[in-house]
Design a protein around this ligand. Sequence first.
Ligand SMILES: Nc1nc2c(ncn2[C@@H]2O[C@H](COP(=O)(O)OP(=O)(O)OP(=O)(O)O)[C@@H](O)[C@H]2O)c(=O)[nH]1
Ligand SMILES: [Mg+2]
Length: 298
Amino acid sequence: MDLKTKSGYVSIVGKTNAGKSTLLNNILGQKIAITSRKPQTTRHRFLGIRTDNEFQIIFVDTPGFHSGQKRALNRYMNKVASNAMRGVDIVLYVLDKLNWTEEDLSRVNSISDETSVILVINKVDKLEEKNSLLPFIKELSEKDLFSHIIPISALKNLGVEDLVKLIHEKLPIGGHLYPEDQVTDISERFLASEIIRENCINRLGDELPYRISVSIERFSEVKGIIHIDSVIFVEKQSQKGMLIGQSGSMLKSIGTASRKELEKLLESKVMLKTWVKVKSGWSDNESLLPSMGYDLDK
Ligand SMILES: Nc1nc2c(ncn2[C@@H]2O[C@H](COP(=O)(O)OP(=O)(O)OP(=O)(O)O)[C@@H](O)[C@H]2O)c(=O)[nH]1
Ligand SMILES: [Mg+2]
């Protein structure tokens, strides 16, 4: 091991919609995580790796904590997020502006003393009361919960590189764990399902996105064309109708936008087929979740 190299795991956690995935994409300089203005966009834990010469940071993006919904899928997502706070070197606890609650306090208190916790106050570009930022930081720093408190805007790229520098300083000495050109551990197949889900989220009303799950049934390259067959699962027949739209217009728009984006990301021509199927009440069915990719043991 080269003693000059530093590397470590850094989990990005916080309430849903705080901007965790936006921050990860921004740090990596490329989109690996889908984002949306609606809560509960990220459903899985995955890695984003940034290597700068001797430093390698292995970020862990996580589903946001959510206290309102109590379906099996929501319980699964909260569990994935809590698990991701363990066994890592640093936790970035991301806040949406100054929205700090007792729930945040109890989650931060549950993090092991051996892990450094950096509070990241995101979306400062949207902060109306700019004068309230400093007193807020002062008050929270007195609680002795965080090694640092950093205000940023993930979307406008303010303070993000300072945050990366700070992480570099705090990384433990150790050899790199991934090749320097590897950016993520997600597969192209998983990326395809996420891009389709993001295009659904962006086009559908507020409730339907939570009833959708995307599964890739085929992902294969034939003569330079990537063939992707996907199924979008919904919970009810009426939702199927909404997703397909009048004369199939909604599904067509989701399919076309997803194909175009995937062609860019995969740098290949893509042939995408999408079907919509009903899997009754899947999001509140513990025993169905693993077969749909929501499995804590994986
Ligand atoms: N104005 C502003 N908006 C932001 C900023 N960061 C993220 N957003 C927006 O906040 C919304 C949520 O962002 P995400 O990155 O999906 O949030 P998340 O924390 O990953 O959300 P979940 O995966 O659902 O837990 C999106 O509409 C982003 O564009 C920021 O710094 N400023
Ligand atoms: Mg996210």
